[in-house]
Structures are given as C-alpha cells and as structure tokens.
Design a protein around this ligand. Structure first.
Ligand SMILES: Cc1cc2nc3c(=O)[nH]c(=O)nc-3n(C[C@H](O)[C@H](O)[C@H](O)COP(=O)(O)O)c2cc1C
Length: 236
C-alpha cells in the first residue's frame, strides 16, 4: 500500500490549495476544547452545499449540535453504548459477510488505530472504551448529524457522500479537522428523539468537527491507500 502523501512538486499553483485540502483531510479522533465559530460553521456548510446532486435535488439535511445539546446527546449515546443494549440501525453500512480484500483492509485499519493507542488484540475493554469515544465525539465541541428522507434512493446517498466530503475538505481550508461517524447511526432513536427529527428521516451518520489535539495518540495514526493500478483499469 502507498502512503497518502502526494508529490506536490509538479502541481500548478492553482491546484495546490485544493490538493492540500484534500490530502490533509484525515479522521481526527482527539479534538481541543477550542470553540468553533458559528459563522464559520455556516460558511463551511454553505460551501459544501455546492456539491452536485442528481437533478440538483440536494438531499442533505444537517443538525448542528453544540453547547448543552451536544453534551446531552453525548451523555445519552455514551450511556447507551456503555449499557451494551443495541438499538436497530436504519441501514447497513457494511457487508453482511466480510470477505477479501475488504476484510484485510478493515483489519489493517483497526489494528493500526488500536496499535497507535497501545491496545493489543483481544483487549476487549480497552477496545470498547476507545470505540465509546465516538459517543464523546472525540471531545469535539461540535457534532453534525446528517439525515436523508427515507424514500430517497441510492443515487441520493451517492450525492450525500459528495456533500460530506465537501464539508471535510472545506473544513481543512479553515484549519479545522473532522471525523465522519457512522457509529452515531447505531442509535437512531436516541439521536432523533433528542434533536426532534421525524420518523420520515433516516440517520445517515454524524461528524465530529473542531480543532485537532496534536498530542492525542489516536491522531498519530495514518491510514494508507492501495496502489492506483490496483483499482484503476485504463482502456485504449
Ligand atoms: C461515512 C463514514 C463513516 C465513518 N464512521 C466512523 C466512525 O463511526 N468512527 C470512526 O472512528 N471513524 C469513522 N470513519 C473514518 C474511517 O475509519 C476513515 O475514513 C478511514 O479509516 C480512512 O482514514 P482517514 O479518514 O484518516 O483517511 C468513517 C468514515 C466514513 C467515510
């Protein structure tokens, strides 16, 4: 696997900021308590909404939780996680049966992260505790919650991914970091109840957003990517 680094030597000036924003995005799992300006959040979300969508239907809906709502949401989700009682997800994120090559990539990702934290294979409690940090939003002061009307189709979920990536990339331009969080979709009932989201919405995922804590061990972890020729076929 290649590292994520991109050779910047032959990149035109006009592309450099874009490439830098894209390649400096990574999932940050430890944030500083530093306040995130509400106007900046609005700006990032407005920029992200420039994402394309089939027939321009713009299927995204975002709830921004800060302050006491963020804390209440975190407490309820973390307690649910600690209790070990699962609620029904509204959609499956992962395949029902894992197989090669995805299982190996998933393992490499998990072991890499837990390895950076000094958590060894089989240390269940420590693993669960780290997973539980999802519900503390990795200490980020802001969490974004994303929903979609539940009668929309796969195409709209494709559009949604572009919107999500735009948020993460735009955030980098303003010095912020993010962590997308499918883990929040494990508890749709709790999230919907606290945020007053109606039953016709599907909870897509959450996203922690804020300023990176560079001293956090989890943030020392870097993922890799497979070589280009493993996923691209050129035809002439
Ligand atoms: C839609 C989506 C949901 C994700 N959910 C979680 C999550 O719940 N918790 C987490 O720690 N990371 C989550 N991730 C982060 C992935 O693990 C991460 O993107 C992947 O390992 C690649 O690493 P990078 O983002 O640092 O490049 C999610 C990523 C995506 C795109």
């Amino acid at each position: 696997m290649n590292s994520q680094s991109t050779d910047m030597s032959d990149i035109p000036d006009t592309a450099e900021a874009v490439v830098q924003a894209i390649t400096s995005r990574r999932s940050v799992r430890g944030f500083l308590p530093r306040h995130v300006d509400a106007q900046l959040l609005r700006r990032i979300l407005a920029i992200a909404a420039a994402a394309p969508s089939g027939s321009n239907i713009q299927p995204w809906k975002v709830h921004v939780a800060t302050g006491s709502m963020r804390d209440e949401l975190s407490a309820a989700l973390h307690a649910a996680h600690e209790s070990g009682v699962a609620t029904a997800r509204e959609y499956e994120y992962y395949p029902m049966a894992w197989r090669s090559p995805y299982i190996e990539r998933r393992r490499a990702c998990g072991w890499g992260l837990y390895g950076a934290l000094g958590i060894k294979k089989g240390e269940r409690e420590a693993t669960a505790r780290q997973h539980g940090r999802n519900y503390l939003f990795f200490d980020a002061p802001v969490v974004l919650i994303f929903t979609i009307d539940n009668d929309l189709q796969k195409g709209s979920w494709l559009d949604y991914g572009m919107f999500l990536e735009n948020i993460m990339v735009a955030a980098r331009g303003f010095g912020l970091h993010t962590c997308p969080q499918a883990a929040l979709a494990n508890y749709p009932d709790i999230v919907k109840r606290l945020l007053g989201i109606d039953a016709k919405q599907t909870l897509v995922c959450g996203m922690a957003i804020g300023y990176e804590d560079p001293t956090c061990a989890a943030n020392q972890f870097r993922t890799t990517r497979i070589d280009l020729d493993e996923f691209v076929t050129f035809h002439e």
